[in-house]
Design a protein around this ligand. Structure first.
Ligand SMILES: NC(=O)c1ccc[n+]([C@@H]2O[C@H](COP(=O)([O-])OP(=O)(O)OC[C@H]3O[C@@H](n4cnc5c(N)ncnc54)[C@H](OP(=O)(O)O)[C@@H]3O)[C@@H](O)[C@H]2O)c1
Length: 364
């Protein structure tokens, strides 16, 4: 692994331009709707970004009369059928600048457009991990194109939602600190599962409770596979300057080999077959005063490892509850005691607030 020379376009030095900031919103689901609420309640009208258009997977509409979710959704219902080439043509050739494109879709077709948008002098803000988790070459290209056109590519909410994690890593790098390790419990679902197991739920019961509470992806194996944690650590390591590909990451899956190819409902029916193995593992950890936690770790020179760790029961990681995220960053400056960031790492409101902060930061 080597340190990338990619120019991270993270250091906005230009003053806010006189023209108002325009915003295009792709995706009006949980995060998009929360962002519209926050935009419509924005205090300080002079700086309020002006919503020039929005789309869903089926519809597109321009110049909604108000940025409230109901007004935008009503406008979309009476808008045209979504046709991405037409949306891009209008954004690139006819939309006012400065302009921010917000991708709140989580769809890879939309992530495909980032380079084109940046190349046209449009800022891109995204809570989606998809583009950043592609190849290192693609990650570098996004930053290089943004820098070449003096616009920003911002993705704070891809890791830890509204928690200031990406920004912290960027600032440490920009100010010349040397990162020794980033360690984190970054999956709310997995933290929930392990905290239930500490309260004597079996593995199967803990997973079923997480599903019933609506904390998981439609197929819970997408959470249990560790893939989401791997992608978040890929983004953190790259932001810190590492050059690393997904297939270099060691990922421990919580899905037993024998259940990986079953249909989802059958997987749920047989998940209890893993209970005994989990109980034995938790008991072995308990003999040393430890508990199990799902943790990602990046160390320059050693790469990324994502999997289960036995951690002291009385440590911050051992006591992590609910769906919280916890990050510990050890650096040249934060060496005796790490820099710690902790809090809810998902949820539409906190994610939308982080997206809005990224939008506003494009022009400061
Ligand atoms: N929810 C969270 O707490 C959270 C936290 C951190 C990051 N994120 C990230 O934020 C992004 C959005 O998440 P979400 O929870 O808001 O998703 P969501 O509720 O499923 O909403 C997705 C929206 O995108 C639209 N969409 C999907 N594909 C599209 C396409 N090809 N073109 C245009 N629009 C398209 C959908 O349209 P329809 O309405 O027509 O279906 C919908 O309006 C994801 O990348 C997610 O990983 C979410």
């Amino acid at each position: 692994m080597s340190v990338s020379q990619a120019n991270l376009s993270s250091n906005p030095t230009t003053a806010r331009s006189a023209a108002p900031l325009s915003l295009y919103l792709a995706g009006v689901g949980s995060v998009g709707t929360a962002l519209l609420y926050q935009l419509s309640e924005f205090q300080g009208d002079a700086q309020r970004p002006r919503l020039i258009g929005a789309c869903t997977s089926t519809h597109a509409a321009w110049t909604p009369p108000h940025p409230t979710p109901s007004a935008v959704k009503h406008h979309l219902e009476h808008g045209s059928t979504l046709h991405w080439p037409a949306v891009l043509e209008r954004l690139i050739d006819r939309a006012p600048r400065p302009l921010v494109f917000v991708d709140a879709t989580g769809h890879s077709d939309v992530a495909d457009h980032y380079t084109t948008l940046l190349d046209a002098g449009i800022h891109v803000v995204t809570p989606s991990k998809l583009a950043n988790a592609r190849s290192q070459q693609h990650f570098d290209q996004l930053h290089t194109v943004a820098a070449a056109h003096n616009v920003q590519y911002r993705y704070e909410t891809t890791v830890g939602a509204g928690l200031p994690v990406v920004r912290t890593v960027r600032d440490l790098r920009a100010t010349g600190d040397g990162i020794h390790t980033i360690r984190g419990a970054v999956s709310g679902t997995l933290t929930f599962v392990f905290s239930r197991m500490r309260q004597d739920d079996s593995f199967g019961e803990a997973v079923q409770t997480a599903i019933k509470a609506g904390y998981t992806e439609p197929d819970v194996r997408d959470d249990l596979s560790g893939e989401d944690v791997a992608r978040k650590f890929l983004i953190l390591a790259r932001t810190a300057g590492a050059s690393i590909e997904r297939d270099e990451i060691e990922v421990e899956s919580l899905v037993p080999e024998s259940l990986r190819d079953l249909p989802h409902l059958a997987f749920r029916r047989y998940i209890h077959t893993a209970n005994d193995a989990w109980r034995a593992r938790a008991e072995a950890a308990a003999e040393n005063g430890d508990v199990l936690q799902y943790i990602g770790r990046w160390t320059p020179g050693s790469g990324i490892r994502v999997g289960i760790e036995a951690v002291p029961a009385e440590s911050d990681f051992g006591r992590l509850e609910g769906q919280d995220n916890l990050f510990e960053v050890t650096t040249n400056r934060y060496v005796a005691s790490p820099l710690v960031i902790r809090g809810p790492g998902a949820g539409p409101e906190v994610t939308a607030a982080g997206v809005l902060a990224d939008v506003l930061a494009t022009e400061t």
